[in-house]
Write a protein that binds this ligand. Structure first.
Ligand code: LMR
Length: 329
C-alpha cells in the first residue's frame, strides 16, 4: 500500500516538475523573411527580437530567419497558417490570394511619395486593411516601409517604348503583371530568392525594386541601368497567425503590441535613409548608371501605366482607390 502510494507520489511529482518545466519554457516566435539583414525589414525583425527578449526575458524567444533561409516568399504565408512561423512581413504585393483590396498598393503611379503612402496606411481605410483577413486567420499588426520602386535593366529605360519586349521579373501580383503588359513588356513571376540568378542568366532582363533590395541582393552587379522611376511602392504588412496571437498570455501580447509600435516607428523612420545609402553604394560600385527621368518622360510612363487602375477598380473598390489617391494631398 505504502509502496503504491510512494510510486504514485513520485509519478505525480515528476509530472508536475515536467509541467513546471513546460510552463517555464519561453514562447518561441519564429520570424521568417526573404531579404537581407541590412534592409528596412531585416532591421525591423532584428530590433523586434532585441526588444522582445530584453523586455520579456524568459517568457519569449524570437528566432529570425532572413534571406529565405527558412521559407521563401512562395511558402511563408502557408507556413504562417500552419503555425510553422509566427511572424512574417510579406510585401503588399503578395496578398492577392487573401484579399484583393491590398492590391491598391500595387497600382502604378498612385502615391506621389512615401509621405502619401504613410498617410494612407494611417488612415481609417488603410488601418481597416490590417484586420481584413482575420476570417482567413491572418492578423495585420503594422505596415513597415521599404520604399519606392525603381526599374532596373541592361539597357537604358527612358520612355515606355524602351521596355517593349523586355522580360521583367514581377512579384506574384496580377497588378504588377498588368503594369508591365501596359508598356508591352513580358512580366514573369519569380520568387525573390531567384531574382539575382534570373537576371544573371537572362531568364529575365529587368526588374523593379527599391534601392535597398537591389543593393543587398547585388542586383546592380547584373543590371547596367537603373531608371529612378519611383513608379510604385514596395512596403510590407507585418502579419501573424490570428489564433496564435489571440492565444498569447495577455501580458505578453500587450508588451509585444507595444514593442511593435516602437519597431514600426523606427523602421519607417530609417527606411528612406537606408535606401538613400544603398543608392549611393550602387553609384560607388560603378556597375550601374542611374537614369533620372525628365518630368515629361515620367509623365509618359505614368500615362502608359495608369490604365491599369481601371482594370482592377472593381476588385479593389473605387472608394479605396479614391481614399489612397486622396492621401496625396
Ligand atoms: C520582392 O519579392 O521583390 C520583395 O517583395 C522582397 C521583399 O520582401 O522586399
Amino acid at each position: 500500500m505504502f509502496k503504491l502510494t510512494a510510486k504514485a507520489l513520485a509519478c505525480a511529482l515528476s509530472l508536475s516538475i515536467a509541467g513546471m518545466a513546460q510552463a517555464a519554457d519561453p514562447i518561441v516566435i519564429k520570424f521568417s523573411h526573404v531579404v537581407a539583414d541590412h534592409t528596412p525589414k531585416g532591421q525591423g525583425a532584428a530590433l523586434f527580437k532585441k526588444l522582445a527578449e530584453e523586455r520579456l526575458g524568459d517568457k519569449v524567444k524570437v528566432e529570425v530567419y532572413p534571406n529565405s533561409s527558412l521559407f521563401g516568399d512562395g511558402k511563408e504565408m502557408e507556413a504562417l497558417l500552419l503555425g510553422d512561423v509566427q511572424l512574417i512581413a510579406p510585401s503588399l504585393a503578395k496578398f492577392e490570394q487573401y484579399t484583393k483590396q491590398i492590391q491598391v498598393f500595387d497600382l502604378p503611379f498612385l502615391f506621389q511619395d512615401m509621405a502619401a503612402v504613410d498617410r494612407f496606411q494611417l488612415s481609417p481605410e488603410g488601418q481597416a486593411l490590417l484586420t481584413s483577413m482575420e476570417d482567413k486567420n491572418i492578423t495585420g499588426l503594422a505596415y513597415w516601409h521599404n520604399g519606392l520602386k525603381q526599374l532596373s535593366a541592361n539597357k537604358p529605360l527612358r520612355e515606355p517604348k524602351d521596355a517593349r519586349g523586355m522580360k521583367f521579373r514581377v512579384q506574384a501580383s496580377a497588378v504588377l503583371e498588368e503594369q508591365f503588359k501596359a508598356v508591352k513588356a513580358n512580366p514573369r513571376k519569380m520568387s525573390f530568392a531567384e531574382v539575382y540568378q534570373g537576371l544573371q542568366t537572362g531568364v529575365v532582363n529587368g526588374a523593379e525594386n527599391p534601392y535597398s533590395n537591389i543593393y543587398s541582393q547585388k542586383m546592380h552587379e547584373v543590371q547596367k541601368f537603373i531608371t529612378e522611376s519611383n513608379h510604385g511602392v514596395l512596403d510590407y504588412m507585418l502579419i501573424t497567425n490570428t489564433t496564435f496571437w489571440n492565444g498569447l498570455p495577455a501580458d505578453v501580447r500587450s508588451e509585444l503590441d507595444k514593442i511593435i509600435v516602437e519597431v514600426t516607428a523606427e523602421v519607417n523612420k530609417q527606411a528612406g535613409a537606408l535606401n538613400d545609402g544603398d543608392k549611393q553604394r550602387i553609384l560607388d560600385a560603378k556597375t550601374t548608371e542611374i537614369i533620372t527621368l525628365t518630368p515629361e518622360q515620367r509623365a509618359e510612363w505614368r500615362a502608359a501605366m495608369k490604365p491599369v487602375w481601371g482594370k482592377f477598380q472593381a476588385e479593389i473598390g473605387a472608394d479605396l482607390i479614391k481614399a489612397a489617391d486622396a492621401a496625396n494631398q
